[in-house]
Write a protein that binds this ligand. Structure first.
Ligand code: SD4
Length: 350
């Protein structure tokens, strides 16, 4: 992940200095973007991922190919939020989860996968070459190697090494809070409370560890992908929502697609992305559907909702795009024929 300062500097060079300015782009008040194709993805790494996806979508290609290629870009970025350069689990190992889903409701997933650079590509092979949906752990790795994916060296990136050493100083045996920069307790610089301990990375960034991407191609077909290193310093063997079809990602070609980011345990609890798509099927706009499921999580969590971040990002068949999060701070990247932007999502809490 690049931080905000670096991102704004980079965007000035690439001619996208007005990425956050209102009204400079063509999305109407219902969130409808003009024309197809469209690709959206979570957090600021999404800008570069969307560009990679656009090489396919912009040439009339299939959404499935675009969402695979798009997030492979992020998986390749060392020092980023996703892939082998990301933060390890509490035992010091990077374990990766990913899933992919196409317009025919085919889906594939890998979880607890080690030493493989592109888990999303392995997830696609699971979808296309096996009778199964999910492969995990050593079995997933064995399958990847048999499919010709190189087994990479087991070594932390320099950034992850620093983050891990920093975390080891306290090494609290609690799941860290994911994407929580706006929590008041964090802003005061105090230790978190409750079951989740907010933390800052060694480089001063907050912990985003995931990219979710959904796209509609020129034929109006949807696909989605989601790939993650999971929560940094998680318990060994922990899986979040990202590799779980229906939680971190869901696609229904008649309706649209949704992806999630944030505290995976709480996305799984409400079958998050599937629930958003089902509300869109009933006629709710993507933004309202995302909001309703965020509200459901907040209701379930009660006072503890203050301690977690969850966000959903969705697109429907009309080309409407929407997102919602528990806390302020969630943003997503969008690319269409007419624009390339970061958008700040609405939230329930500050
Ligand atoms: C997880 N949902 O493993 C992921 C984490 C995430 O930005 O979204 N981080 O729970």
């Amino acid at each position: 992940m690049i931080n905000r300062r670096k991102f704004i500097r980079a965007s000035a060079f690439t001619g996208f200095a007005s990425l956050f300015t209102k009204g400079a782009w063509s999305m109407d008040e219902t969130g409808t973007v003009k024309g197809k194709p469209v690709v959206i993805s979570t957090w600021d790494a999404g800008i570069r991922a969307n560009n990679a996806a656009w090489e396919i979508l912009g040439n009339g290609g299939r959404a499935l190919d675009a969402v695979e290629k798009g997030v492979m870009q992020t998986e390749s970025e060392q020092n980023c939020c996703v892939g082998l350069g990301a933060n390890p689990d509490r035992d010091g190992f990077v374990t990766l989860d990913a899933c992919i889903m196409d317009e025919f409701s085919n889906c594939g997933s890998v979880a607890f996968l080690e030493r493989i650079k592109h888990p999303i590509a392995v997830a696609r092979r699971v979808m296309e070459k096996t009778p199964h949906v999910m492969l995990v752990g050593s079995g997933a790795q064995q399958f990847a190697v048999a499919e010709g994916f190189p087994l990479e060296e087991q070594k932390l990136s320099p950034n992850a090494q620093k983050n891990y050493e920093n975390w080891l100083k306290t090494s609290e045996y609690k799941p860290p809070a994911i994407n929580v920069e706006n929590l008041p307790v964090v802003q005061k610089g105090k230790q978190g409370h409750g079951p989740f301990a907010p933390y800052k990375l060694a480089n001063g960034e907050w912990n985003h560890d995931t990219i979710g991407m959904v796209a509609m191609d020129t034929n109006g077909n949807f696909s989605g992908s989601c790939t993650t290193s999971g929560a940094g310093f998680k318990m060994r063997g922990r899986l979040g929502d990202s590799p779980v079809i229906g939680a971190g990602l869901f696609v229904d070609n008649e309706v649209g697609a949704c992806t999630a980011t944030g505290q995976g345990e709480d996305v799984i609890r409400v079958a998050g992305s599937h629930s958003v798509v089902e509300l869109m099927r009933q006629g709710l706009s993507p933004e309202v559907a995302c909001k309703k499921i965020i509200e459901r999580i907040v209701k379930i969590k009660g006072a503890k909702a203050k301690e977690i971040q969850v966000a959903f990002l969705a697109v429907n068949k009309k080309g409407q795009v929407g997102a919602y999060s528990i806390h302020k701070g969630f943003e997503y990247a969008i690319r269409t024929n007419e624009m390339e932007k970061m958008v700040k999502a609405k939230s329930i809490m500050d």
